[in-house]
Design a protein around this ligand. Structure first.
Ligand code: SF4
Ligand code: SF4
Length: 363
């Protein structure tokens, strides 16, 4: 596919074209000392000149350089927009109007996101659209979405997308693909990944990329592969987790894990929700769907007791689902190697380290 090149004005033109086509552009911005995904009006909203430092239980932003996309990932992911943390399903009134369903007036999002998040969306598609039960709300938002992948040239200290085959260069699933290069000149390589992307690309002024520009961008992505903060050995991983059901290391994890659920909320693929009925004094009631986490005691509460009463069993369930049973259910691991669960765990529990400990124990 032809590789084109645009400058900062071209990037601004792309954002304008997206808005003119009716998209709500969701991309990176700085908020509360972190890179979040939010609505982007112009390139002035992007985190120009920001880098992130990430470690187990640690995240800091600092200013360095002039890249618009010089960070890895923040705590947010596209799931906040495709499956918001809470959502009204329907309202029941007591005045004879009966049940009013949510109106389904969903915005069309254009996501400006990392390759690992593109892979996260494709995993959510499998779970929420390709199984026996489809999520109609997700389907509506997903059908209207456009994905612009920004290849990663500065992975974070907790990233391991290379191990999971989801980055630092995007695979399938993007409508447009960008790679930012800033050296003697500051430019963006841009390629279409779909007909919709091709149509958009035709709307903005661009030039054909020179072989030297393409080589420079490829060199940056190769460099990123060598700077992954973490790695996860996947050989025999599923079997390792199945063998490790009674491994003593779960008790070590339990001593540190707070069962706060942060790892599940920041994870771009975790999809569990619960239902909540809210009653008002006028006799009306609402049914809401909201995110849930397998780390809460209530998650498996059945007939007077919780199936997973210990924190050890909840952590074991989470990691076994991510890296083993998810493969049996959906044909892919439930992890894209974004590292968020490591960075945003308040006590720094590290999924890659846990796997290493299980391996050491001869599990
Ligand atoms: S399990 Fe952790 S590293 Fe894997 S996708 Fe979820 S948050 Fe990212
Ligand atoms: S592993 Fe960390 S983030 Fe996840 S529930 Fe335990 S303490 Fe919270």
């Amino acid at each position: 596919m032809t590789v084109r090149v645009i400058g900062k004005e071209g990037l601004e033109g792309l954002l304008r074209a997206l808005r003119e086509e009716g998209y709500t552009v969701v991309g990176p911005l700085v908020r509360d000392g972190a890179i979040h995904y939010g609505e982007i009006g112009s390139i002035g909203d992007l985190p120009e000149g920001y880098r992130d430092e990430q470690g187990a239980g640690r995240y800091r932003l600092r200013q360095e350089g002039d890249l618009f996309f010089g960070y890895a990932v923040g705590p947010g992911s596209p799931k906040y927009f495709l499956n918001p943390p809470e959502r009204l399903l329907f309202r029941v009134s007591s005045d004879g109007r009966g049940v009013e369903e949510e109106d389904g007036d969903d915005p069309g999002f254009a996501f400006l996101v990392r390759p690992c998040d593109v892979a996260g969306i494709s995993i959510r598609d499998r779970v929420l659209l390709e199984g026996e039960y489809r999520d109609p709300h997700y389907l509506r938002r997903r059908e209207k979405s456009l994905i612009i992948a920004v290849n990663c040239t500065h992975p974070g200290g907790t990233c391991f997308c290379l191990s999971m085959g989801t980055g630092p260069e995007v695979g399938d699933g993007a409508d447009l693909i960008l790679t930012e290069v800033s050296g003697k000149e500051h430019y963006f390589l841009i390629q279409a990944g779909s007909q919709r992307g091709k149509g958009l690309l035709e709307r903005i002024p661009s030039m054909e990329a020179s072989p030297a520009q393409i080589r420079e961008a490829e060199g940056l992505i190769e460099g990123a592969k060598g700077r992954m903060g973490r790695a996860l050995e996947r050989d025999g991983l599923k079997e390792l987790l199945y063998r490790s059901h009674d491994h003593p290391y779960w008790r070590d994890v339990e001593k540190r894990c707070l069962a706060c659920g942060n790892c599940t909320f920041v994870c771009p693929t975790c999809f569990c929700t619960t239902l909540e009925d809210r009653m008002a004094l006028d006799g009306s009631a609402e049914r809401w769907q909201r995110w849930d986490s397998c780390f809460t005691l209530d998650f498996t509460y059945l007939h007077g007791g919780s199936i997973r009463s210990s924190i050890a069993s909840r952590y074991r369930h989470w990691i076994t689902h991510k890296l083993a049973t998810w493969i049996d259910q959906f044909g892919t691991p439930g992890c894209v190697g974004c590292g968020r669960c490591i960075t945003w765990c308040p006590v720094g529990i590290d999924i890659t380290e846990v796997v290493e400990e299980l391996r050491k124990g001869g599990g």
